[in-house]
Design a protein around this ligand. Sequence first.
Ligand SMILES: [Ca+2]
Length: 90
Amino acid sequence: MRGSGTIVEVYRGDKCIQTYICKLYGDVNGDGKISVMDYVKIKNHILKYKVLTDEISCDVADVSDDGKISVMDYVKIKNDILNVKKLELR
Ligand SMILES: [Ca+2]
């Protein structure tokens, strides 16, 4: 499985006619899975230990869709991993 940040190009003949960037909300590290690695990245961002800078990571980390990366996103991803409450598709 490909993760967030994967580029998909659609060709007609030899010509690329459309480009898409995959976004799996919650998949902050782009490995195609929502895992402990993702919520650690969000925790490090919130604590300003290692701030997320690229647009795709910042977008998919905002699982609460409120325009910021916060404890809410961390909790939602943690709950998804622990099967307490799965993330809703956006
Ligand atoms: Ca991931």
